[in-house]
Design a protein around this ligand. Sequence first.
Ligand code: CTP
Length: 393
Amino acid sequence: MYLVGVTGGIAAYKTAELVRLFMREGNEVQVVMTPGAAQFVTPLTFQTLTGRPALVDQFWVSDGEKVRHIDLASAARVFVIAPATANTIGKLARGIADNLLTTIYLAARCPVVVVPSMNEQMYLHPAVQENLSRLREHGCLVMEPDTGDLACGICGKGRLPELSQIAAFVSSSLREKDFRGLRALVTAGPTREPLDPVRFISNRSTGRMGYAIAAALAERGAKVILVSGPTALPRPAGVEFVPVETARQMHGAVLERFGATDLVIKAAAVSDYCPAETAEQKIKKGDGRALTLQQNPDILEELGRCKEKQILVGFAMETEKAAEYAREKLRRKNLDLIVLNDLTVPGAGFGSLTNQVCIFNRAGGAEELPLMSKELLAHRILDRVRPLVPARP
Ligand code: CTP
């Protein structure tokens, strides 16, 4: 059960939507409000959404002799306090238990996520910052507020973060850190092979699958290096980012770091060929000539040849004889797993938010996974990878 604490800030109205988001993810939600929060949003709103009374009264006792706040605290998987006002943050930091929410906080042993939201001047006040540091020292996971238009009419830091970001932060705080201590290298995106200063050969990869894998590894405790070709995606948090452009640059960046990694996942769509020559000046219309290509190094094949204890996971992108080609690549590149993207499946492959893959292992096994978001798929792939990687002392 998710315990959601609402305190008396104007962003309290957004918590109604946050609660719906948690419920859509399949979680049961119990809401606890401070009396101040109940001035902004009625408990009935939350009761209607969650199907459970939203609790405000500290001295409300259920089930005869059971002590309500201890009960709730021990039933919670996570306690999310959003919005958290300066007043409540101060009380939590100092152990003051003068309402149901602050009392439950002291009894809770589950992860506690605190999402401050207030006016910028209040947020930046040393007293609030000191209290937030204290909460971090006590083990709370404190989210940074967003910057933007605030209810007080100014633009500044203090907005409640996007609800989807809060939900992602919460699920990451619950994720088992089963890759802790492992060093992972992920490649993602396309490569660009320049013809001249303005043109290049590339492919339709957006990098989304590789970025999702890098983010999922970081969430699960791995130390992650993401070697990425050009993409329009934001860099995943908590990941060392190495931007490259060409296949040769990617080759150099990966080989340089390979010795110090336990696991490589090569989701990049590497261009197999580059122009034999790159013109120094823009090629003009009249310069019409045949394009001569030369082969780029196969990075993964090279890793397969020189690997020691590293686990290698490749991707295969196919449009015909998919399973046959994927198995052949697994063997030829000496991989531990290969993830097959069949471009003929609707909703799979380049640019889409979802993917449908089949994972092949060395023993000849094949596992077809259903269509799902690339974020979820990243975790499903990691679930298959984890047993293959030896734990580090
Ligand atoms: N790969 C690589 N270096 C290359 C080409 C591919 O490291 N020069 C990696 C990709 O990152 C992917 C896997 O090899 O993990 C398979 O890529 P794919 O393009 O499907 O296969 P290719 O080996 O290029 O074979 P083909 O183009 O003939 O299908």
